[in-house]
Structures are given as structure tokens and as C-alpha cells.
Design a protein around this ligand. Sequence first.
Ligand code: MN
Length: 215
Amino acid sequence: MAHEVPALPYAYDALEPIIDKQTMTLHHDMHHGAYVKNLNAAIEKHPDLANKSAEDLIRNLNSIPEDIRAAVRNNGGHVNHSMFWKIMKPKGGGDPSGPIAETIQKTFGNFKDFQTKFNDAGTKQFGSGWVWLAGKSGGEVQLISTPNQDNPLSQGLYPIFGNDVWEHAYYLKYNNRRPEYLAAWWNVLNWDEINKRYASFKSGKTADERELAHR
Ligand code: MN
């Protein structure tokens, strides 16, 4: 079964003015589309991997045949972006609530300090990459940034939520002002979805396993 780009759960212009329609269209259709196309092309060379979820593929990169390992790693961008569309929504944002709010407060003191640290990490990520709130095996959470399309799953961490700091995510509207994009992005966050992902992490289930269970 080939990997597929999930439909955007809202219209291309629904996150305006935070993220503009053209950026969303290019980002979803072209960039995410390319990660999926290239991932499928790599997997075609190793049909034994055809039934593995994209998350499973990047969770065990060392087990991926060497000739397609870099392609699978890079196109783990499929996993990152499938998360990214869902953790945003029109008229989102505001203060987090529920278990994720408690965890942020416990770990970072308060939400504002957490946002500042998250935005700093995103600003300092040199070149392309992501900034994440990631879950650790003991149940705690931590802030990390990753280069390129690397996902916390490849480090044994759980991607609770993350922001894409590749220029393709913001350059048309924010130009070189990445900190401005990082600051604005909180206004489109879908805390209900983030709480669902946090619950999946706490239950030891991956997001794809949760999706399967809900089908
Ligand atoms: Mn992207």
C-alpha cells in the first residue's frame, strides 16, 4: 500500500492571516507531495517494507537497507507534515488546556516561558529543520530541534508537536523574519489534537496506531 498525502483538514486559506494560501498550497501539495512520491519510489525497491507505516520506517532507520536509507530518512518529512497539518486549525491558539497544559507548566514553569524557549530553539536551528516538544521514554517531555526532516521518532522520542522552520513554511509571507513566523504560529495551534497526541504518547501508542484504532 503506497503512502499518501492526507487531505488538508481545512481550506488552503483557512489559516490566514497567520499562514497564507499560497504557502499552504505549495507546502501541502508540492513539498509534502514530493516527500510522499520519493518515499514510495524508495519503498518500491524493497517491497518487503511495503506494509510498514511511515512512522515504523523512520523509527528503525538502521534496519532500512542502505541503498534507500537516506531517502527514507529525508522523506520521513511525510510523517512530520502529516502531523503538522493536523496540529493546526483555523481560529486556534490561545492557552493550552488539559494534560498538555499541566505538563508544560510542570516542565517549563509556565506557558510563556515555554513559548520563548520553543521560539528560541526554532530561531537558532541553522538552515532547515524543525523544533519539537518531544516525549521521552520515562514519560517526561523536552524541547528539541532537528535538522532537515529528521523526526524525534528516529531518536527514540515521541513527536508531540512541532513547527516547521524550513523557509518553504514561511518565506513568502515572512521573508527572512523567522522569529516573526514562530511567534505568530501559536495562533493557529489545535490544542485538542495536541492533547490527543500527548495522550497517545502517555499510553505508549504511536499516532499511526491511534489512527488505525479509530478507523
Ligand atoms: Mn515543510
